[in-house]
Design a protein around this ligand. Structure first.
Ligand code: F6P
Length: 331
């Protein structure tokens, strides 16, 4: 084994915010890399809550056996409000000192990195982040851990809806997750052949949806699927259904499906496991090499670092090329 002893003795790892498939693979990579470099890994439970409550346990290579294929997170997750208070931060810092942690790897999204940035600045404490969220809404990486699995889950579900929609000549409005981002809707919309995709980044108005539905009638389509990102500005899937009824009367038999938290679970895809492993190893190596206050991502197949400030302030750009393709192939 070609590992060199690191100057860091103890690295803590936590998952925070909404869980995402592949988080376990990332935890595993962090823990195994620590062991490889002679650092003791510590698991922090329930995200930042675990730091505040001192819910921290020493891990070893065996603690992460047989988890690479499991959804969820063995460390559990939480959206900690207390951590954003002075009292919460101070308590967390006391426990970091008590456990003699030298650095942290945090796995999560936007909120996770904001908390990490604040903590790292306040106590001059090294933290590196791994983007883990199904939303793919983090600047500085082409994909976040969990996105690929989530879109595959959506595609599988939408394919099934297509079957029944076609049998009954129905129009479905299907809401997918993504918070303020439309990546899940666009990717799964293209892959499942949706007739229309509505996303917050490009509000093209309700008239465009009407035109698109008119076109499907002219082409005598037997089913229509409209994928709606939860953050879309035209209203909820129920509002859209009402608007279509108001405009077209009984012309379409409409149904609504909200896919919900099914999108967050399940066995991580190969792509998510590989990405999580790559980011996990690089996060530990980054800390050992003295990096801090940064997120590790992969862009154009290369590992890249983005400071937390930029990763949290800048939004990743929606790919106009994908929208163009979605428009052409849904005709
Ligand atoms: O950030 C992941 C996500 O699943 C979003 O897509 C969604 O808006 C949100 O979390 C739901 O959060 P919760 O599980 O706390 O309801």
């Amino acid at each position: 084994m070609d590992s060199t002893k690191s100057e860091l003795d103890r690295i803590g790892v936590l998952t925070s915010g909404g869980d995402a498939p592949g988080m376990n693979a990332a935890i595993r990579a962090v823990v195994r890399s620590c062991v490889y470099y002679g650092v003791s890994p510590y698991g922090i439970y329930q995200g930042y809550e675990g730091l505040i409550n001192n819910d921290i346990k020493k891990m070893d290579a065996g603690s992460v056996k047989h988890i690479i294929h499991q959804g969820g997170t063995i460390l559990k997750s939480a959206r900690s409000k207390d951590f954003m208070t002075d009292r919460g931060m101070e308590q967390a810092w006391e426990n970091v000192k008590k456990q003699e942690l030298d650095a942290l790897v945090v796995i999560g999204g936007d909120g996770t990195f904001k908390g990490a940035m604040e903590f790292s600045d306040r106590y001059d404490f090294p933290i590196v982040g791994i983007p883990g969220t199904i939303d793919n809404d983090i600047f500085g990486t082409d994909f976040t851990v969990g996105f690929d699995t989530a879109v595959n889950t959506v595609v599988e579900a939408v394919d099934k809806i297509r079957d029944t929609a076609t049998s009954h000549n129905r129009l479905f409005f299907i809401e997918v997750m993504g918070r303020d981002a439309g990546f899940i809707a666009v990717y799964s919309g293209i892959a499942a052949g949706a007739e229309e995709v509505l996303i917050p980044e490009k509000d093209r108005g309700i008239d465009r949806l009407f035109e698109s539905l008119e076109r499907t009638s002219q082409r005598k389509k037997s089913s229509r699927l409209v994928l709606v990102a939860e953050g879309d500005k035209n209203g909820s899937v129920y509002d859209l259904e009402d608007e279509v009824k108001e405009r077209f009367g009984d012309r379409y038999e409409t149904k609504v499906t909200i896919l919900g938290h099914v999108q967050r679970g399940g066995r991580p895809s190969c792509a998510d496991r590989v990405l999580a492993s790559q980011l996990g190893v690089n996060s530990v190596e980054a800390l050992i090499n003295g990096r801090s206050n940064e997120m590790v991502g992969v862009r154009n197949r290369k590992v890249e670092f983005t400071n937390f400030e930029r990763a949290t302030k800048q939004n990743p750009q929606m790919d106009d090329e994908l929208l163009r393709i979605a428009d052409i192939i849904s005709i």
